[in-house]
Design a protein around this ligand. Sequence first.
Ligand code: ADP
Ligand code: CIR
Length: 456
Amino acid sequence: MTSIESKRVQYRKYLERAGVIDALSKALIKLYEEQNKPEDAIRFVRKFMCESCPDDAQYDLMKNDLEEAKTTIARLEQELERLRGQIKKSPEEYQELTMAGYKSLIDDEENVSSLLRKYLTPELLEEYMLVTTSSPVDAYLYDCAVSGFEHHDSAVGIYAADAESYDVFTKLFEPIIREYHGQEENESDVLQKDIDWGNVDEIENLDAERKYILSARIRIARNIEGLPFFAKLTEKQLIEVEDKVRAATETMDGELIGTYLTLGDIDSETQQEMVKRHILFQRGDPYLQTAGCYRFWPTGRGVYHNPAETFLIWVNEEDHLRIISMAQCGDLGDVYQRLVTGLQELEKNLTFARHPSYGNLSACPTNLGTTLRASVHIRLPLLSKDEERLKAMAEELSLQIRGTGGEHTSIEDGVMDISNKRRLGFTEFELVKSLQDGVVALINAEEELEIAGQEG
Ligand code: ADP
Ligand code: CIR
């Protein structure tokens, strides 16, 4: 007997011994004897085989119980978070946590590349460990560095807990900011140029034939002056931000007129659809999670958008506001114009936090300055096959490549998210123009590959 045949015989014996053959035969005989053959034969067999299984009514009851239990768990989790938020850590506890976090970061010899690890020396740790920003925020170094202490693979590893953090812990933030934004050689004390939206008409439709670009988007971050950033916002302040933004959108005009939706009122299925349409954020970034970005979720979070979904404001995600303009085509000019109009409208009612050297303030140092990320979702099937060339071109053109599902996602089917890599040290106009020039260069390269393919 071959080994497969012998395995088969053994399996059959096992099924007989365990009574499976007998039970199945009885179920099939029962079905055979049934005068009115049921439409759903599998369900009939399943019911016959499963004597102690719940009937339909019991099943519905159990389903309801499960839903109720889930709701209760979510409510209790929120309550727990609220109570945790009320516990103030003592300076000694902060000191202990900071030292333990720092030790685990430094002891890890495999993950050595975060800027936090590079610039947080033992001397700085000693100097800053018990220093805080002003009351009532009282942000410690630990509040800023906790994400990098836990995630040793961080590129940066630090978020500012409030505007003051950038100055109170300046000997740590400043070199990180300079290195991340390529400003090491800049001898000036002022790193960011004045806001300059330039000549908006010079930004154009980059793909009028709709051959390569699926969509274009520009976003900027803003934080309301006088309120801490996400890590230190209280539950009340989260609502305060939301109320202020909601009120500020009431004067929107023309194509910017829209509706504000608070996240708690959007059911989870609709949320998922909105995320897929790229008009809503979701929680889940582990770096932000540890930094405290999702505390009191979904309180105070929400999105404002016009019916065409081309102008949006995300409230209380990583920054108080993410102002976004989008188009389902390559018309970067149209997207740019709408963004500038939307921002100017908001500025009539809101004052945003700025820094004398870093320009507009954001919670993450990578977004400081213009806070602007202009991106296209673009299909470049030929160029994307040559990963090295694509990477080299992106580097040369100061572009960043991401997957289309957002940061830390992968490229699929030759479609990628191309955006300006730099945020600080340049004007808004310079950055959008640099994306425009970069995308044009990539499209030209793709076209050359197409022609070479046709000729060869
Ligand atoms: P950001 O830091 O700009 O918010 P993410 O990479 O986290 O960037 O993206 C946020 C969301 O915006 C994601 O859903 C992403 O797919 C979407 N997005 C970014 N750029 C574009 C674009 N050009 N077209 C459509 N959606 C985009
Ligand atoms: C990190 O340090 O890697 C995370 N806190 C995310 C930083 C922002 N994104 C980025 O550098 N691409």
